[in-house]
Design a protein around this ligand. Structure first.
Ligand code: ARG
Length: 285
């Protein structure tokens, strides 16, 4: 979770030092103030649907094996990004990660609070395209149920929560600075849903990746500085009390011109309705 925009921070520090003659050392509290306007620490009870995906075998124990985020959408169902289950993240296929777990209701990764529940099954979206990042979601089935209070409702297509300008919050244990400085405790930041036109302008068909309105949405702030970052992937973007996005990709972190791109959750709702209404189960087709 990006705390602040590094470049925006350097100048106020230098100016404060020049204007007051106080050594740079004393300007540190200015940086601390900047942190407050970026992301902030939250207790998981304020966002009980936010979970950490963990494998100590693959990622070591220093941060309890956390490597992605996830969202509780049913007592035994967690939604995450498809790319979190990819070989370039895990090194092997998810079926070969013997200790894949979801850590729920825990704020500080290294505390013993909450639950660690093994993942029993992984279903990557059949429509996921690792080249374009379209339909970037996967469903995890848990070995034991979580409390109903951890479950968040998904917003279906047409829900007002998707409207541009809507206030939203993203949470996770990801990179705080864009420099590999991973959080130990859960953080969140507030931003706004942007229009498809703005997202397409930020990510036209180029090397950075293309914005595809059908399966993506983007969110950010005009000045940048409020964003998700590496390690937040799969985590929730929530607006009006409903899940609208999963952290998916972006160019850098917190850049004014490059908002964060999220999996459009209404696509998950649509795919699940389609498979529930079909006579033949989706997996059998
Ligand atoms: N792909 C990243 C991950 O695996 C998420 C990047 C999100 N970037 C952003 N600027 N919002 O954790």
């Amino acid at each position: 979770m990006r705390r602040f925009f590094v470049r925006a921070l350097v100048r106020p520090l230098a100016l404060a030092a020049a204007a007051t003659g106080i050594p740079l050392l004393y300007a540190t509290p200015v940086a601390a103030d900047s942190v407050v306007i970026g992301s902030f620490p939250i207790d998981v009870s304020a966002s009980p649907w936010t979970v950490a995906l963990s494998s100590r075998d693959r990622f070591g124990g220093t941060r309890a094996g956390q490597f992605c985020g996830g969202v509780v959408i049913g007592r035994t169902t967690v939604l995450t990004a498809a790319h979190c289950m990819g070989e370039d993240v895990l090194g092997v296929s998810p079926q070969r990660v013997g200790d894949l777990k979801v850590i729920a209701n825990r704020t500080d990764l290294l505390s013993r609070g909450g639950q660690e529940i093994p993942v029993r099954a992984v279903r990557v979206s059949p429509d996921y395209d690792s080249r374009t990042n379209a339909e970037d979601y996967a469903l995890l089935t848990l070995a034991e149920p979580l409390p109903q209070s951890s479950v968040i409702e998904m917003a279906a297509a047409g829900d007002p929560a998707y409207r541009p300008g809507t206030g939203a919050m993203v949470s996770g244990w990801g990179d705080l600075t864009g420099g590999g400085d991973y959080a130990r405790s859960l953080r969140a930041t507030r931003l706004h849903v942007l229009s498809d036109a703005r997202c397409e302008k930020a990510y036209p068909n180029g090397a950075e990746g293309a914005y595809l309105a059908r399966s993506m949405l983007c969110a950010g702030e005009p000045a940048g500085g409020h964003d998700a970052c590496q390690g937040d992937s799969g985590g929730p973007l929530v607006a009006q009390g409903k899940l609208i996005g999963l952290v998916s990709w972006g160019s850098g972190c917190g850049r004014a011109q490059n908002p964060g791109v999220y999996t459009r959750v209404s696509e998950v709702v649509r795919a699940r309705e389609r498979s529930a209404g079909a006579a033949v189960p989706r997996d059998a087709r």
